[in-house]
Design a protein around this ligand. Structure first.
Ligand SMILES: [Zn+2]
Length: 263
């Protein structure tokens, strides 16, 4: 075999042996280019990266290649204390980039970071605005709910949100079942807990996603491997099978298929 063909054969054999993984939620703008390319090379072939404020939304849009990296734009609860003008700027940013984003996120509520009534009120106003935006753009939402699972579920239900990704799920099995009945996705971070194990066992695999939440939880998207291991062991599945189903779930939920507009 000529040398070139031999190299090709080896690299495609190598490719075939790689387990493809999807990271349903992280923040690539806070990671180095090397960390990102390492994760992709190691098999994390679909990554949903989320903006959290104006600056990261702009960086996130630049990072999206719509091959491996897909963008979500939002304002997270920690950065919700922004002016009306800045909020509208970000709404417009999402609207004008509709073809280049796969979700509205990160958005949500966080009752842990503050007890200030005004800040909590502002979190709700910002979330409310982005939920309306998601409906009008027909996009799924990637939602943060720290110490706020009940509040967030109520808002999603009131707004009749059809597609929600409950990022870093920390609710109980009952709340997980309630979300599952609405078709929402329960997202598992790279941390094991007995409560989440219970949730994983109770919810159908079709309603589960894996995420690294790097660099907030995992250090790189590659840490989604740990999330997949947690899911596989709770479900009694092999790692490869779980990775394959979760890869499919992520692509399906975020509308990533051969028809996605590439630019
Ligand atoms: Zn996050």
């Amino acid at each position: 075999m000529p040398q070139k063909e031999q190299t090709l054969a080896i690299s495609s054999a190598k490719e075939a042996s790689i387990t493809r993984m999807a990271d349903a939620h992280c923040h690539l703008d806070m990671l180095s280019a090397e960390e990102i390319s390492n994760a992709i090379k190691s098999g994390v072939r679909v990554i949903i990266t989320n903006g959290v404020d104006t600056k990261s939304n702009m960086a996130t849009l630049k990072l999206a290649d719509n091959i491996n990296i897909f963008a979500a734009v939002g304002i997270d609860p920690e950065h919700s204390n922004i002016s009306g003008e800045e909020l509208e700027f970000n709404i417009h940013l999402a609207e004008s980039n509709r073809q280049h984003i796969v979700a509205i996120g990160e958005i949500g509520l966080d009752n842990k970071i503050t007890a200030d009534a005004n800040l909590l009120k502002r979190q709700r106003e910002v979330l409310d605005r982005f939920l309306d935006l998601a409906v009008s753009l027909n996009l799924p939402v990637s939602v943060h709910a720290r110490n706020a699972v009940e509040d967030v579920l109520l808002m999603l239900e009131e707004k009749n949100i059809a597609k929600a990704h409950l990022h870093f799920f920390e609710g109980n099995a009952e709340q997980a079942k309630r979300a599952e009945r609405r078709g929402y996705m329960i997202s598992i971070p790279p941390f094991k807990s007995s409560r989440r194990d219970r949730v994983i066992k109770d919810v159908a695999i079709d309603n589960i996603l894996a995420e690294s939440d790097a660099p907030a939880a995992g250090t790189s998207p590659l840490d989604v491997k740990k999330s997949i291991e947690i899911i596989a062991s709770a479900k009694g599945m092999s790692f490869e099978k779980a990775a394959e189903v979760l890869f499919y779930n992520t692509r399906k939920f975020f509308g990533i298929d051969a028809g996605f507009v590439r630019h």
